[in-house]
Ligand binder design. Structure first.
Ligand code: NHV
Length: 868
């Protein structure tokens, strides 16, 4: 987009009355009419790239942003990596160097600009960049955006850009060879462990849910910026103090001026399209970098609130620099005013671990997020909107960007800002020691500064965490038995240097408002529950520790930043990569799609603990989904009931980056597993919980709202699986704000006899004064292997419309965990894996643009009793 920004001071003054967005829009419409020399211009350089294997004459068109492997798949040179055992056929690509080339034109007028900056927002990873035969850049870090001054190298007419991407394997092998050991990077699926040497997304090298595709390429946009006089390189609205009465902020600006001299700085802010403040300052700009900082106070700020606590007010801040009657530079940013603090303070139990937002303690509900595509560049705007729809729909308020992925794109944080979702941001280091020599740390330093600056204006960004599990691993993962003392000691010292010294200093210097912890878990380990009282925990006692779901209630953490349970994706997704003859737990294709070495045996072990033996592979897949969903709901609910001792439940993991067996609650194609429906229920802003303990049943309200609800009725129905409602109890109850509270306790023996438990369930619901159901809680006394589930026939009918099918279901007897399937990927169901209560009629709405009335696409129904 070409921006012409020379205007008269008169026009500028009148424009200051409206928002920056409008200013920019108006500038773009008015200015081409002005007959002045253009001020700045951006030429996008994403089209017309070609790539080839080094020393080959075969050139292919390249999509930029993209990657070599993504394009080779597109051109049919490589097969669909997700299908069958094809993953293996992509592996050779990582060993080879790849060249990219492109020409672009620059006119004589464009060359008149004072300065030209080539901007590479992201190169993956070990690249040499040449412009017209001169090497202008060498990169070693995919997480840094680079800018190169190229004014002297540009020519009128055709210019040539050439980039060589070195194989990360070849580039890193000497480092490995000189160290003499392989690092304990078990998720790196190659014998030689090279991922830790390269500042490249760890998950590209494989993970225990991840396909390995070690990509190379231009993964973010490229452009050429031409400008005169000056540029605002950076703008930070630092929030020093925010209360209900006032926000004290500091405007921090980095202006790069090409010539020295006086200038006028104008700045201000708007809210909801209305300019609330606009001021001017005279100043002197030196040639080169000018760092400016000046305070400002906003009285009665409209504060940004997390979802369910109020609105997500976002202010538009703007700055312009003028010289005489020339507007020479401008910048706009959007942010919300709020405080977020991680509170780690000694208390009667140990030490707290919770987030306080605008001074109010917040129970963090949510999940761990991994990059949702192995081909990262497929994450476009629609992708981010979609994943945040799933986050919001499941009633989350917190998401952890886990350290084995990437620092996410702007759009990710923008979505979070707008929806009131808080973001826990790991620096990108996970599960292995990393080098800590000077060269490596210089690279890390530059990466950290770049990303702190890139993300610090987002109100959703709650805090920074040094890495995932490296501290825990150094102490507990048995490396000391595999490596000599000196190596262990060097890794420990390296850890301290990177995560206890370098990164916190950089966070303080370049952010200065957010909490930082050196790593997660902070102190605890899942095998040592005594530390649970003073830290966040990755509680893998469930799953790796073979503990039953029920155990999670007995070992509450202060904050669970990981815990999870695997399932296979539903058959629709399995069919997308495995032919029918491969539908078996240990088939070749299924094994390629199960990356966790103990995964299948653990699923089987747990299933034997809780379920009758499934009749078929398809039934096993279904049962596994139900097990994950119901078990995880139980665990999450226990944590939520456990507030204020426990103040967070972020499960592992919300999404997948390819079709695979994993801990995710949504599969790669966007199909909700049972777990995601269960999360929506248990994470509701006002949810109902139940704890069965020592012959008592305690009903809880679990509330995130900031005001009490006193108009509620709790109804508890005792339902026989075959005969229907046997008893019903009703109570007026109140839900205390921002708390988990027992609202009613029953003696179990008043509800039913011991011998009725195998064929009885409790159905509880909360209604408001209008009789609207606010939340439900269904409680079974056993898992299916001890239940006497009835055989039953489901009556169903479907109303077909374009984009929407309505399925009405009825059963005389209980149909537990009833699952509707439709062969359309990513279709959205109003509910699924439901308990269809005896004598109840339910309508489920299925939506997808792919659904057509005329197709009458088959909807199939399965419930628990049919599967064994
Ligand atoms: O295995 C599932 C997930 C990982 O994908 C991811 O790296 O940070 N997981 C498990 C653990 N942490 C994480 C816990 N790690 C261990 C468990 C048991 C023994 C050693 C390590 C995530």
């Amino acid at each position: 987009m070409c921006k012409r920004t020379r205007i008269s001071i008169f026009v500028f003054h009148s424009l200051r009355k409206i928002t920056m967005r409008k200013i920019i829009t108006m500038l773009l419409t008015i200015l081409p009419m002005l007959a002045y020399a253009q001020q700045s211009e951006t030429i996008q350089l994403n089209e017309g790239w070609q790539f080839s294997q080094m020393n080959s004459d075969q050139w292919y068109d390249a999509d930029v942003p993209g990657s070599v492997q993504r394009d080779l798949v597109r051109h049919g040179v490589l097969p669909d990596p997700f299908y069958g055992t094809n993953e293996e056929q992509l592996q050779w690509v990582e060993d080879v160097n790849w060249d990219f080339k492109k020409t672009f034109n620059v006119s004589a007028a464009q060359l008149q600009h004072d300065e030209a900056l080539l901007q590479f927002e992201g190169l993956d990873t070990h690249a040499e960049v040449f412009l017209n035969g001169s090497r202008i850049l060498r990169t070693q870090n995919m997480f840094i955006g680079y800018e190169v001054r190229v004014k002297e190298l540009l020519v009128e007419g055709e210019n040539n850009l050439y980039i060589r991407f070195h194989s990360p394997i070849e580039a890193m092998m000497p480092a490995r060879d000189s160290f003499g050991y392989d690092y304990p990077a078990v998720n790196d699926h190659r014998e030689e462990k090279l991922s830790i040497y390269s500042r490249k997304a760890p998950y590209h090298f494989g993970w225990d849910w991840g396909i390995r595709i070690v990509q190379m390429g231009i993964w973010k946009p490229v452009s050429l910026l031409l400008y005169n006089d000056a540029r605002i390189e950076d703008y930070y609205v630092k929030q020093q103090l925010v209360t209900e009465e006032k926000a004290e902020i500091e405007h921090q600006l980095t202006i790069h001026a090409l010539t020295k001299g006086d200038a006028t700085l104008s700045y201000g802010y708007a809210l909801n399209g209305k300019v609330l403040k606009s001021e001017q300052k005279e100043m002197y700009l030196a040639a080169g970098v000018n760092n400016l900082s000046f305070p400002a106070t906003i009285t009665d700020p409209q504060r940004w609130m997390p979802v369910n606590w109020g609105e997500q007010h976002l202010y538009d801040f703007f700055v312009t620099v003028t010289r005489g009657d020339h507007l020479i530079a401008e910048k706009h940013l959007r942010t919300g005013l709020r405080t977020v603090r991680l509170v780690q303070e000694p208390d009667e139990h140990g030490r707290s671990f919770y987030f306080e937002v605008n001074g109010i303690p917040l129970f963090a509900k949510g999940a761990n997020y991994i990059p949702g595509e192995i081909f990262t560049t497929q994450q476009d705007e629609a992708y981010y909107e979609n994943i945040f729809d799933q986050i919001t729909d499941a009633n989350m308020n917190f998401v952890r960007v886990w350290g084995g992925g990437i620092y996410e794109n702007e759009e990710f944080y923008r979505q979070a800002d707008e929806r009131g979702i808080l973001i826990w941001q790991d620096f990108i280091f996970a599960c292995a020691p990393y080098p800590s020599d000077d060269l490596f740390l210089t690279n890390v330093r530059e990466e950290a500064i770049y990303n702190i600056k890139r993300l610090r204006n987002h109100p959703s960004l709650a805090f920074w965490c040094g890495n995932n599990e490296i501290d825990e691993a150094l102490t507990y993962w048995g490396w000391d038995k595999q490596y000599p003392k000196e190596v262990m000691q060097a890794w420990q010292e390296g850890y301290d240097k990177t995560f206890r010294q370098l990164l916190p200093l950089l966070v303080e210097e370049h952010d200065g408002t957010r909490s930082y912890i050196h790593g997660s878990p902070y102190d605890a380990n899942w095998g040592n529950t005594e530390k649970f009282a003073s830290s966040d925990v990755h509680d893998w006692g469930l799953w790796y520790g073979h503990l039953p779901f029920e155990a999670m209630a007995e070992r509450l953490p202060r904050f669970a930043s990981e815990f999870g349970f695997q399932s296979f994706p539903e058959m629709k997704t399995i069919r997308s990569f495995a032919p029918e003859e491969q539908w078996a737990l240990e088939s070749e294709v299924m094994q390629v799609h199960q990356k966790a070495t103990t995964g299948n045996s653990l699923i089987k072990k747990y299933m034997e603990m809780y379920f009758p033996e499934p009749k078929s592979f398809e039934d096993f897949v279904y049962m596994g989904l139900v097990m994950q969903g119901n078990g995880m709901e139980e665990s999450v609910e226990a944590m939520r009931r456990g507030r204020p001792y426990c103040m967070g439940a972020l499960y592992w993991q919300i999404n997948d980056d390819w079709p695979v067996v994993s801990w995710s609650s949504i599969d790669y194609y966007g199909n909700w597993k049972a777990q995601h429906y269960r999360m929506r229920n248990v994470l509701a802003p006002l949810a109902l919980g139940v704890d069965e303990k020592e012959g008592m049943l305690h009903y809880y309200t679990l509330s995130d709202y900031l005001s009490d609800r006193n108009d509620l009725t709790l109804t508890v129905q005792v339902i026989d699986f075959t005969k229907g409602i046997q008893k019903e109890f009703r109570e007026k109850v109140s839900a205390t704000a921002n708390a988990s509270t027992i609202v009613k306790s029953y003696k179990l023996s008043d509800l039913l006899n011991e011998d009725e438990k195998a064929h009885t369930m409790l159905h509880a619901f909360l209604t408001d004064s209008n009789g609207e159901v606010i939340s439900r809680k269904e409680h079974f006394f056993y898992w299916p292997n001890r239940l006497m589930l009835p055989l039953t026939t489901i009556e169903s009918s479907v109303e077909y419309a374009d984009g929407e099918y309505r399925v009405t279901l009825f059963s005389e007897k209980l149909a537990k965990d009833l699952f509707l399937e439709i062969p359309v990927q990513g279709a959205r169901f109003s509910d699924n894996f439901i308990n269809l209560l005896p004598g109840q009629q339910r309508t489920i709405v299925i939506r997808s643009p792919q659904l057509k009335a005329a197709d009458r696409t088959a909807v199939t129904v399965k419930h628990m009793r049919e599967t064994y």
